[in-house]
Ligand binder design. Structure first.
Ligand code: ADE
Length: 244
């Protein structure tokens, strides 16, 4: 997948995109990052990328010209799915990430200051938010989105199943994990994980995931597909609660 990133802060990206799983995916050629410095396309004398808002008010607004010129240079035929990072966009979720992971070419535009000249919107395909809070700019949001999307691209994760067995992929929070030693500072790893009975381990993990989701994010349970054993387990929890 090719990913173009339009930003006035290109220096923020290489440490994140070049490290760990994203860095390995880029080395393998699964991901191709193309950082584009919007400032280089500014046609004004001082290479400004922002100006005062018409109508007055606090802060600065990003100019349409450098962004349009950058888009013309990077994606002249509008082949990329163009995404503007903005708190007013649709919220990133596993479903959105899975959908975007199917694209061959994504383009992220990172906004800054108080906003972007509204006339840029019609050059974009959609707006994407990473949550109901306001960041100082779209760069961190773009990195979060890229990281989240990349996990759904075949070959990016070491084991092909990991993206699907983790938190949220089956609608549940993830079960607790342990590694060596079996006892640390008096805290023991649950016995069931040590005995090699895979059916029992799977059931234990599913029960813990259900328990955690019920107690921390009960609203997520609505979208979970429950089997007979899950339902029996939930009933047993509820019985225990009543008995207390
Ligand atoms: N830019 C500023 N805040 C943002 C958010 N929450 N999501 C995406 N882009 C943003």
């Amino acid at each position: 997948m090719r990913i173009d990133i339009l930003t006035t802060f290109t220096e923020m990206f290489p440490p994140v995109l070049g490290a760990s799983i994203l860095g390995r995916a880029a080395q393998k050629g699964i991901l191709e990052f193309n950082l584009c410095d919007i400032r280089q396309y500014s046609e004004n004398k001082h290479h400004n990328t922002d100006d005062y808002p018409f109508g007055g008010g606090a802060g600065m607004v990003m100019l349409a010209q450098p962004i349009y010129s950058c888009l013309d240079a990077v994606d002249p035929e509008h082949k990329a799915r163009r995404i503007l990072l903005s708190p007013r966009g649709r919220t990133l979720s596993p479903e959105v990430a899975r959908e975007l992971a199917k694209e061959e070419h994504l383009l992220f535009l990172c906004g800054h200051y108080e906003g972007i000249d509204e006339r840029v919107s019609c050059a974009m395909d959609e707006e994407l938010s990473i949550g109901d809070y306001v960041l100082t700019g779209g760069e961190l949001a773009a990195m979060v989105a890229i990281d989240c999307i990349a996990r759904f691209i075949p070959g990016v994760l070491g084991s092909s199943e990991s993206a699907e067995t983790e938190s949220f992929s089956d609608g549940l929070l993830e079960y607790p994990q342990y590694t060596r030693p079996a006892e640390f500072r008096g805290m023991k790893v649950p016995e069931v994980l040590l005995n090699g009975n895979h059916a029992l381990i799977e059931r234990w993990r599913r029960d813990r995931a259900i328990e955690l989701t019920l107690s921390r994010r009960p609203e997520l349970m609505e979208h979970v597909e429950l089997n007979k054993k899950d339902i029996a387990f939930i009933q047993s929890i509820k019985k225990d609660e009543k008995a207390r």
